[in-house]
Design a protein around this ligand. Structure first.
Ligand SMILES: *Cc1c(COP(=O)(O)O)cnc(C)c1O
Length: 406
């Protein structure tokens, strides 16, 4: 049996190491990996009572598993949420949060700057079931006001957004959503649970891709949905139980162990990202460098109000469009070209030709994504080595810009 944690409230770094730990009768130090699909009962009566809900016992890993339960308890403690359910991927988390809540005839309002697959669910999947979606520019409160002047069932937003790091005034949108009868679902991947607390800013539900910073070492996929006990148990849990987007206990265990260092990793990445944003802003090849905690960010004041750190991603525009962007990416010797983020390895992606290729040029222009836009996920390498690599690659891109201008 685990001794229980102290009654007083514990700080995030402590919760990430200790929260949710539930030792087996072997008193192991590290959280146990229960790699089992099912569970056995002492007798038929216990099975009956478990299914009737009068006895507490694990039944089947699609519904619940001790390792997954530890991850859920740790994430709930960190987020300050009453309940959490983990899923196989971040997209399974978004899908479950939306589909468990919505029904035919409902209306969804969302910020336009969403992760590509979230955009697809609202624009393409939900209309098949008679659920309409309306997109607004997340930074424009007048558009939120207009869209939420009519009844809505759900608001989905991402802040800061991928890849342009645009922020949404969450408390203001949450107030409008409440009047419209909508629950607010926030995709908090870019901020991580350490830098922004959506539930304290008016959100009802928070979703994560655990694939990103929580694993943070590029190994497994995972997702999480957090909210009130009532919503999770009555709305979300029946959907997960019966449709099966459940996370593998092995992947849950990897994420659980990843969380132990989340605090150290995210804060180190933020420090490096901030230094890199300052470095990039000084370079002539860079038209603009966006980082929420940089005073140059157009929503710097809002970032200071909503977030306790600027995050681990820097997005910047290179003069010279796609040619310069590709030369830059190809000249990097240390930083990888990859579309993942939140990893200990730094990586760049060219959104216009990868993550945001399918949305088309018009929508990219609306989101502010140009052919010279680069998204940099800052990892854990020494920041001086990262800056050396960026400087050399900018020199290479700069030559292309100069040649194009001749
Ligand atoms: C990666 C990501 C997702 C999807 O998560 P997966 O684990 O890849 O399914 C959703 N939203 C944001 C903001 C992401 O970065």
């Amino acid at each position: 049996m685990s001794k229980s944690l102290p009654e007083r409230s514990l700080r995030p770094a402590t919760l990430l190491v200790r929260g949710g730990t539930n030792r087996s009768n072997h008193d192991e130090t590290s959280e146990a990996l229960f790699l089992t699909s099912g569970f056995v009962y002492d007798n038929a009566e216990q099975a009956e009572a478990t299914f009737a809900g009068t006895a507490t016992h694990f039944q089947y890993s699609r519904f619940g598993n001790p390792t997954v339960a530890m991850l859920e308890a740790r994430l709930a403690a960190l987020e300050g949420a009453e309940a959490c359910r983990c899923t196989a991927t971040g997209m399974a988390a978004v899908h479950a949060a939306l589909l468990s809540h919505l029904k035919t005839g409902d209306r969804v309002v969302a910020s336009r700057a969403l992760f590509g697959s979230c955009h697809w669910i609202i624009s393409t999947l939900l209309p098949r079931y008679g659920i309409t979606g309306e997109f607004v520019d997340g930074a424009d409160m007048a558009q939120w006001e207009a869209a939420l002047s009519r009844p809505a069932a759900l608001v989905l937003l991402e802040t800061p957004s991928n890849p342009m790091l645009e922020l949404v005034d969450l408390p203001a949108v949450a107030a409008l959503a409440k009047k419209a009868g909508a629950i607010v679902v926030v995709d908090n991947v870019f901020a991580t649970p350490l830098l922004q607390k959506p539930l304290t800013l008016g959100a009802d539900v928070v979703v994560y891709s655990c694939t990103k910073h929580m694993d943070g070492q590029g190994r497994v996929l995972g997702g999480a949905v957090l909210g009130s006990k009532k919503w999770v148990e009555e709305v979300l849990q029946p959907f997960i139980r019966n449709t099966g987007p459940s996370i593998s206990p092995f992947n849950a265990w990897v994420v659980l162990k990843g969380l132990e260092t989340l605090h150290l990793r995210v804060h180190a990445m933020c420090r490096s990202a901030s230094a890199i944003a300052d470095f990039l802003a000084e370079r002539v090849e860079v038209q603009r460098a966006l980082y929420p905690y940089s005073a140059r960010h157009p929503q710097y004041a809002l970032a200071q109000r909503l977030m306790s750190g600027g995050g681990t991603v820097v997005t910047f525009d290179l003069a010279g469009g796609k040619d310069a962007a590709f030369r830059f990416c190809n000249a990097l010797k240390l930083i990888d070209v990859s579309n993942n983020l939140g990893d200990s390895k730094s990586m760049v992606t060219h959104p216009a030709t990868t993550t945001h290729m399918r949305i088309g040029a018009e929508e990219r222009a609306r989101l502010g994504i140009s052919d010279g836009t680069i998204r940099l996920s800052v990892g854990l390498e020494d920041v001086a080595d990262l800056i050396d690599d960026l400087a050399e690659a900018l020199d290479a891109a700069g030559e292309a810009v100069a040649r194009a201008a001749e």
